[in-house]
Write a protein that binds this ligand. Structure first.
Ligand code: 13P
Ligand code: SF4
Length: 308
């Protein structure tokens, strides 16, 4: 099928099956263009909870589709690419959290939403990069906190709130490549640009970056908001390169330069027009959460969503 035929078939199947396609800003640009809703992790979770579609095709990674299935158990949630994992979600198990809780019965476990349902089953409250600071600030001041699994986001939160936390030693292998040197070299090349950095990058807690007047740390939606609202014309982007598609589409008069074109999440690119079409046509691959964990695993997501 040609690209136009695939798009036509996807639109037809969406109507026929009362389906919507949700996509993350890191998705392939063709998939972003056919998505009914494009968002960051927090926005996508909210949309999964409010849509009245019967079928959700999640053109993102597995933990996101799991979150949608937990939030909307009455809907059929499909992931076009079964292998679309995440180095953060794949790097921690529920058992690791259960062990920590056994030694710290009064401690609070905060899990980044980039975790499996099995890990959420042992979590007290979830966060995304958009609300992580607010979630941590909402916790009792004297509680011991275990922040799981992204050590870079955890270090950034500690630096911005002053809150000491025990950090799990996980990372996003995509953002892990963004060093302070990479950013400072780019600033030397583009001294007028604002630098928009995702807190999963290790440089987000480096004083040379944190205190640099050109640098701002944001979730994906924050990066998009800053770029749109700022009077500046030039921006250096330190996050997954898929974000550039939306930035350029929404801001035609502005220039967006990736700090490196190697910041690519191969998992996010696994959903293609072809696989989205096949997912809709064959209603595959359905993401189901075992009933013995679904109720408990939803609790930390609900707590996060209730926090304004
Ligand atoms: P946000 O969508 O919260 O910005 O997170 C980025 C990410 O890595 C998603 O997997
Ligand atoms: Fe996971 Fe990193 Fe890819 Fe996001 S960018 S899905 S955190 S591997």
């Amino acid at each position: 099928m040609t690209k136009q035929e695939l798009i036509h078939e996807i639109e037809r199947l969406k109507k026929e099956k009362n389906a919507i396609v949700l996509a993350h800003y890191y998705s392939d640009s063709d998939v972003q263009d056919i998505a009914d809703f494009l968002g960051d992790s927090l926005e996508l979770s909210r949309k999964a909870g409010t849509t009245d579609a019967s079928v959700i095709v999640f053109a993102g990674v597995h933990f996101m589709a799991e979150t949608a299935a937990l939030i909307s158990p009455d809907k059929k949630v499909l992931i076009p690419a079964l292998g679309a994992g995440c180095s953060l979600a794949d790097g921690v198990t529920g058992q690791a959290l259960a062990n920590w809780k056994a030694s710290n019965p009064d401690g609070i476990i905060v899990s980044y939403v980039n975790t499996t349902a099995e890990v959420k089953n042992y979590t007290d409250i979830c966060c995304t990069s958009a609300n992580a600071v607010a979630v941590v600030k909402s916790l009792p001041a004297d509680a011991k906190v275990y922040f799981v699994p992204d050590r870079n986001l955890g270090a950034y939160i500690t630096k911005s709130t002053g809150r000491q936390m025990e950090l799990y030693d996980g990372c996003c292998r995509v953002h892990e490549q963004v060093t302070a040197k990479m950013i400072l070299d780019k600033i030397a090349e583009y001294p007028q640009a604002d630098v928009l950095i995702h807190p999963e990058c290790p440089c987000s807690s480096d004083p040379a970056i944190l205190e640099h007047p050109n640098c701002y740390m944001y979730s994906t939606s924050g990066i998009l908001r800053h770029a749109t609202e700022s009077p500046k014309k030039q921006f250096l982007i330190a996050t997954e390169v898929g974000t550039l598609h939306k930035l350029r589409k929404d801001n035609p008069g502005k220039e967006f330069i990736p700090v490196s074109d190697k910041i690519v999440c191969e998992y996010m690119k696994m959903s293609t027009l072809e696989s989205v079409y096949e997912a809709l046509r064959d209603e595959k691959y359905e993401v189901k959460i075992p009933s013995e964990i679904s109720k408990r695993a939803l609790e930390p997501i609900t707590k996060m969503m209730e926090l304004k």
